[in-house]
Design a protein around this ligand. Structure first.
Ligand code: DX5
Ligand code: ZN
Length: 222
């Protein structure tokens, strides 16, 4: 499965795609080599924005899986437990936020039981210790480099230092993802600090030629 493809990898974040041209954009990105696609799910409570749900995620999976692609679902949702089984058929990896539920240990086990890679996303203010404590339950960590909720925000400058601390605190098998404000200027810093899945929305879909932008970022990722 594409989820085990080599890293570092650039993950296009579909929230900034052209929704009326989504199929063509995903197809073109797959042909350009993109393999893992990031879907941002926002509930209007955990974050002050609303985005997409399981049906949209299913459409993304239908578009990318025939190319060997995979879907990474980032749940920015208060108490995401009941939603996990709705997303699991269309997700290869699901991250829940450490701040979204008092029982994330249980949720991570549930994500694995549903057959997906289990990820923990952490807001900029959440300490590394909250993640390290759950290492056994984790397949990946999504280190937020903006306050979640919107695409197009600036990369928080202290993120590379946090990424490096996360890398030190986690076993090698736990993949490190970075999400927010990743573009040509910030990607190298994040990669050098240990990030392996580099999520990008605006720096791909906000550009006149998303495929060219993806290709340039992927080359930079190495
Ligand atoms: C932000 C989302 C990100 C977002 C990134 O809350 O989790 O995945 O799409 O957007 P950019 O790359 O524009 O910062
Ligand atoms: Zn995200």
């Amino acid at each position: 499965m594409a989820i085990s493809d080599p890293v570092p990898a650039v993950l296009p974040s579909v929230m900034s795609a052209d929704m009326l041209a989504l199929g063509a954009q995903l197809d073109a990105l797959c042909h350009a080599g993109a393999r893992v696609f990031h879907v941002d799910v926002m509930d209007g409570h955990f974050v002050p924005n609303l985005t997409v749900g399981p049906d949209f995620t299913a459409a993304v999976a239908r578009a990318v899986r025939p190319h060997g692609g995979a879907v990474d679902v980032h749940l920015m949702v208060e108490r995401p437990g009941p939603l996990l089984e709705l997303f699991a058929p269309y997700a290869d990896a699901i991250s829940v936020h450490a701040e979204s539920d008092p029982h994330v240990h249980r949720l991570l086990g549930e994500i694995r039981r549903l057959g997906c890679r289990a990820g923990l996303a952490v807001n900029p203010g959440t300490p590394v210790a909250a993640v390290a404590e759950l290492a056994e339950e984790l397949d990946y960590v999504n280190c937020m480099s903006v306050n979640p909720g919107f695409a197009g925000q600036s990369f928080i400058a202290t993120t590379p230092a946090k990424l490096a601390r996360l890398r030190d605190a986690l076993p090698d098998r736990v993949l490190l993802e970075v999400d927010g404000g990743i573009g040509p200027a910030t990607l190298p810093q994040a990669r050098d600090a240990g990030a392996q899945w580099l999520v990008s929305a605006s720096a791909i879909f906000g550009q006149p030629d998303p495929v060219a932008a993806y290709t340039a970022l992927a080359a930079l990722a190495g």
